[in-house]
Design a protein around this ligand. Structure first.
Ligand code: SAM
Length: 329
């Protein structure tokens, strides 16, 4: 069996790397305003350690890297680090997930560093509601960042929306309209019970099927065939739209049979499944000066322990799971 194939015959080719747990937003489904527990700085992997880890992952056949956080653009010298990731010959694709607050200034440097695909999280098109959801000012900055990313040439630009009943479910059609006017991939993500700070309840959850039915009141959605960069998204397009609609349905249509990913947390743990806190420590071996072969063995251990499927449906309030901002989403 190839070293990056797990016991359920899934080939693991994708590593999501959280470079920091720090964030400049306090989204009410992700981070608390008070009693925020941040990782101690010394426990966060250095860029050198992350690069060494990514090299080991590519040695096993992982080719696709997503940089996330916390807010990755907040970490000092991030662009320089991105350049180093893009220079690793076996890495075929580097993408970034950001809240977009710092994108106006950083879109061009990131593009020049080699990134072409970017995901921007934006849960509302209403500036006041933006402040309610994120508990910070910033809608205009994100909107400008989005325009600059488009002008610089990022493609695709994916806009991630966590759909929450009673909060932004009145804007689903407006977001759908944005996919018609702009070349953006508007992606609705099901609200997940991840971490104690997610504030998830069954009443606030909206399934992708429900969102799709509402969108179809605008006109038929045409299915787009799956491509390798889609990950778990089901893709659709309205007639003559510039952009697309995507649905990411971890709860209603879990995509575990095609899961191809591992996660590296900011504090150096390899996480086989988003919805399970079983992790393999890679920081200790890294800090003990281990070889690339040793690091590959850590990854193989994580690959071997990927569960067949997640059990998010029993998590309810996310008891026991670490928060999304340390895992990286
Ligand atoms: N700061 C970056 C950003 O805002 O995109 C990257 C980190 S953030 C944790 C990554 C993604 O996780 C975001 O799109 C965010 O909306 C999503 N996320 C966080 N908590 C979530 C939850 N409980 N359910 C669904 N998505 C969540």
């Amino acid at each position: 069996m190839a070293p990056n194939v797990d016991p359920y015959d899934r080939e693991i080719t994708y590593l999501r790397v959280s470079v920091t747990d720090r964030c400049n937003l306090r989204c009410l489904y992700c981070k608390p305003v008070q009693d925020l527990k941040l990782l101690d700085r010394a426990s966060i992997l250095s860029y050198e350690e992350i690069l060494k880890t990514i090299r080991a992952a590519t040695g096993l056949g992982m080719k696709k890297i997503r940089l996330t956080g916390g807010e990755p653009l907040l970490r000092r010298n991030f662009v320089h680090f991105v350049e180093s990731v893009c220079r690793i010959p076996e890495v075929e694709d580097v993408s970034v997930t950001t809240n977009g607050l710092l994108l106006e200034k950083m879109a061009r440097p990131l593009f020049e560093a080699g990134v072409r695909r970017i995901n921007i999280s934006l849960d509302t098109l209403n500036p006041l509601k933006y402040t309610k959801i994120t508990r910070r000012e910033g809608f205009d900055a994100v909107w400008k960042g989005l325009q600059v990313a488009e002008a610089v040439g990022f493609s695709p630009i994916k806009v991630n929306i966590v759909a929450i009943r009673g909060l932004n479910d009145d804007e689903l059609l407006q977001f759908a309209g944005l996919s018609v006017r702009k070349p953006y991939h508007i992606r609705f993500i099901e609200y997940m019970p991840i971490g104690r700070d997610s504030n998830w309840t069954p009443e606030k959850y909206i399934s992708s099927d429900e969102i799709r039915s509402e969108l179809e009141t605008l006109g038929p959605l045409h299915k787009i065939p799956h491509s390798i960069h889609d990950g778990p998204a089901e893709r659709y397009r309205f007639e003559s739209a510039k952009g697309e609609i995507g649905f990411i349905s971890p709860l209603s249509h879990h995509f575990c049979p095609s899961c191809n990913r591992l996660r590296l947390t900011a504090d150096g743990k390899v996480r086989p499944c988003l919805f399970a806190d079983d992790e393999v420590d890679i920081k200790t071996p890294l800090r003990n000066g281990c070889s690339q072969k040793d690091l590959r063995e850590v990854f193989q251990q994580a690959i071997a322990s990927k569960p067949r499927r997640h059990h998010a449906e029993i998590l309810e309030k996310g008891e026991g799971l670490r928060s999304m901002s340390t895992i990286g989403g």
